[in-house]
Design a protein around this ligand. Structure first.
Ligand SMILES: [Zn+2]
Length: 282
């Protein structure tokens, strides 16, 4: 489990991007490939670095310095050899790999200039793109999402399944923040829209980057005044409250699959599992 509340282990200092320093960083650094699906070159030992990356290329991205080593990402359309999804990489490497995936996918899309529509090219070793027409700078965007762990009056946790997911996959409720909305308002709206639950005691817990493609997940906890549910049938096919004992049983027998360990969804579920029963009337 990754604790995203601690300081990042990745040094992203802008000073490291000065051109005269980048060549030295390149010679001392390591290069990882990332494809347009967000997969990272990997082998049995985890992240696999290029044996011979050759000269630094225009598209190569300086990710930052991690454990004393400069990391570069090379965006590729297709990967030669084995790869892993970001969420399956060893948790200790989450900081540089999340950044490598987020930046690589952005550059692989080659977004046109939002001001004049001309092409843009990578700049500052991948930290931004510059328009070839008007010189406008573009920086990678992050889309905020909310995700909420909801307890009913009996301290059971709400788990739900989207129609597009595998039949046994369940998680907690999540959704994008809409324009003009606060994170808390998004929690209330999404949960009411999707399962008909009105939240109380809404509290922020922590956040997590999710570079697939560019989300920032804001994790909350809340309570529901009742145990009645009304799945909307569109975004949520099935929803139910489960006690800790029930959850352990269905996971144990394989009839329910939880989100992967790298996800904040799983962190919030585990947090509920280990926290003692609370007085829901508080
Ligand atoms: Zn432009």
């Amino acid at each position: 489990m990754i604790d995203w509340r601690e300081p990042s282990q990745l040094d992203r200092s802008p000073a490291l991007r000065a051109e005269q320093d980048l060549d030295a960083a390149w010679r001392a650094g390591r290069v990882v490939e990332v494809d347009e699906s967000g997969n990272i070159s990997a082998g049995p030992e985890g992240v696999r670095f290029l044996d011979d990356p050759g000269q630094r290329q225009l598209d190569d991205i300086f990710v930052g310095t991690f454990r004393g080593e400069p990391w570069f990402a090379r965006p590729v359309l297709r990967m030669d050899g084995e790869s892993l999804a970001w969420r399956d990489i060893e948790p200790g490497q989450a900081d540089p790999t999340a950044t490598a995936v987020a930046l690589s996918r952005w550059h692989l899309q080659s977004p046109p200039c939002e001001r004049c529509g001309e092409a843009t090219r990578p700049d500052l070793a991948g930290a931004r793109r510059t328009c070839v027409g008007c010189g406008h700078w573009a920086f990678p965007r992050t889309d905020p999402c909310v995700i909420v762990a909801i307890r009913d009056p009996d301290d059971r946790l709400l788990l739900a399944r989207q129609p597009s997911w595998a039949p046994k996959r369940f998680s907690i409720i999540a959704g994008f923040i809409e324009a003009g909305e606060s994170a808390e308002q998004a929690c209330h709206r999404e949960v009411y829209e999707e399962v008909g639950v009105e939240l109380t005691h809404l509290t922020y817990v922590s956040s997590q980057p999710w570079p697939m493609p560019r989300s920032l997940m804001l994790g909350f906890e809340a309570r529901s005044g009742s145990a009645s549910l009304r799945p909307d049938g569109l975004e949520i096919a099935e929803a139910r409250f489960l006690s800790r004992t029930e959850l352990a049983r269905v996971v144990g027998e394989g009839s329910l699959v939880l989100p992967p360990p790298a996800s904040i969804a799983r962190s919030l579920i585990e947090r509920w599992r280990v926290l003692p029963e609370v007085d829901v009337n508080l």
